[in-house]
Design a protein around this ligand. Structure first.
Ligand SMILES: NC(=O)c1ccc[n+]([C@@H]2O[C@H](COP(=O)([O-])OP(=O)(O)OC[C@H]3O[C@@H](n4cnc5c(N)ncnc54)[C@H](O)[C@@H]3O)[C@@H](O)[C@H]2O)c1
Ligand SMILES: N[C@@H](CCO)C(=O)O
Ligand code: NA
Length: 432
């Protein structure tokens, strides 16, 4: 007997899901062991020529009636946002349907409750498309690495901001023109705030931290978030002078004693030899460090209709197979309870460029401020001279609160005319 799928939303991703379900019907049936049939599509408005080739009778504006219909086996949610997606998914679960969703915002906010409901109902909730689009990442973290201890997950999980910073580096373009180009190419959201202010990456980081560290304690609100709107041409030039590139990073890291996790989203300088430094354009990549596996890198298209639909279809095959086998994969049943520590407790490394007067004692006074805050300097160089001198310093690793206090104190010094660039530096080797 065919499995019946209800599709919620028929936008960029939904339309591609419909196309692939039709074009690949035979392969999907063979891989699952039974045919998959579209049982209904919930849309906001009827009557538009949708060009899907599907029976117009399949379209409905009553999504709730669709997800609770007894003949529906699987629900694919690609509406996005919190409501009505949450109520629809919970109703589907309660009615015994397995769910596939691409909704990072909802999972970051309410993932724990949704997984609880799924466990209770004995159904699946799969969401590979929610983080880094087409890239197989969440199931590798959940399944393939289930026997290992993940220490750190660091990635570029927003295509729009990677595209903007890449253009600033490679073409010397300014922030605004790069954003306009990203919008014209269709990478950025209509309102790009979610991209450039880091909300999109923060939701993805929360999901990654929960999976990597088996903790239910992380939501998007717990993620330290800084956007890329403050990145200047000066920061880009400073990074290049150090052999680095500026990348929009999401970092989930176990504390050194393993008792808490840090989850943060901010631009940072990366040495050119770091695998993430070579990820250009709108591509995504995620670097995972695990105790036994060592370093792993996942790379590919993080957005776009077809790539995202590929991840949705992969999940659809998985949940359909589980259903046929009369089983489901419960998630979130084991909670390590690891809490999120404040950003100030996260150990980071800063790059600073200070506009100073080239006079005796200036470097000594700057070094004193570092010492007063117990921050060790890794290297320092001077560029220019006279009134145009710039001191460029890179710190050793220190608590972010100590580095932040150092910068605030430096800003107040008479000898420092201005702080031209402040940016965290990430490295492959975390020892110094
Ligand atoms: N587009 C991407 O590249 C991408 C990548 C990864 C994940 N996602 C996620 O996929 C989901 C869908 O994204 P999208 O880009 O297709 O968005 P979209 O805006 O193109 O499509 C959403 C569709 O849902 C419809 N809709 C809204 N409310 C509805 C309701 N109550 N009932 C039925 N339909 C309703 C809208 O009319 C729209 O057609 C989001 O959660 C998004 O975060 C998208
Ligand atoms: N706006 C997002 C889409 C994928 O979530 C991006 O630029 O990566
Ligand atoms: Na993915």
């Amino acid at each position: 007997m065919a499995m019946k799928v209800a599709l919620l939303g028929c936008g960029v991703v939904g339309a591609e899901v419909v196309r692939l379900l039709q074009e690949q019907a035979d392969e999907l049936a063979a891989r699952i062991g039974t045919p998959v049939e579209v049982g209904g599509i919930a849309v906001r408005r009827l009557g538009r020529a949708r060009g899907t080739g599907l029976d117009p009778e399949l379209f409905t504006t009553d999504a709730m009636a669709l997800v609770t219909r007894p003949d529906i086996d699987l629900v694919v949610e690609v509406i996005g946002g919190i409501e009505p997606a949450r109520s629809l998914i919970l109703a589907a679960i309660k009615n015994g349907k397995s769910v596939v969703t691409a909704n990072k915002a909802l999972l970051a906010e309410d993932g724990a409750a949704i997984h609880d409901a799924a466990r209770e109902a004995g159904v699946d909730v799969y969401y590979e498309a929610a983080v880094a689009g087409a890239i197989p990442l969440l199931r590798p973290l959940r399944d393939s690495l289930a026997g290992d201890r993940v220490k750190r997950v660091m990635g570029i999980v927003n295509g729009t901001t990677n595209f903007i910073l890449d253009r600033m580096h490679t073409q010397g373009a300014g922030f605004t023109e790069s954003l306009e180009e990203a919008q014209a190419l269709g990478y950025a959201e209509a309102d790009p705030t979610a991209d450039v202010e880091g909300f999109d990456s923060a939701a993805k980081a929360a999901i990654l931290a929960r999976l990597a560290f088996h903790t239910r304690q992380v939501t998007a609100a717990d993620v330290h978030r800084e956007g890329i709107t403050g990145v200047t041409a000066g920061d880009i030039a400073s990074a290049e002078a150090m052999g680095c590139v500026v990348k929009p990073l999401a970092i989930c890291q176990l504390s050194e004693d393993g008792s808490s996790v840090g989850v943060r989203v901010h631009p940072a300088m990366l040495p050119r030899e770091h695998p993430l430094a070579t990820v250009g354009g709108a591509y995504n990549a995620v670097f995972v460090e695990a105790e036994s596996a060592g370093r792993l890198m996942f790379y590919g298209a993080g957005a776009g209709g077809a790539p995202t639909a590929s991840a949705v279809l992969g999940d659809l095959v998985a949940v359909a197979r589980n259903r046929l086998a009369g089983t489901s994969v419960a998630e979130g049943g084991h909670d390590t309870g690891l809490p999120v520590h404040p950003m100030g407790d996260t150990v980071t490394r800063y790059h600073l460029a200070l506009d100073v007067a080239d006079r005796p004692g200036v470097l000594a006074r700057v070094a004193e401020v570092f010492a007063e805050n117990h921050v060790s300097i890794k290297n320092v160089r001077q560029e220019g001279h006279g009134d145009d001198a710039q001191l460029v310093l890179v710190s050793h690793r220190a608590p972010d609160s100590a580095l932040d206090a150092t910068v605030r104190r430096l800003r107040a010094l008479d000898t420092v005319r201005s702080v031209a660039s402040v940016m965290r530096v990430e490295a492959l080797n975390n020892a110094d």
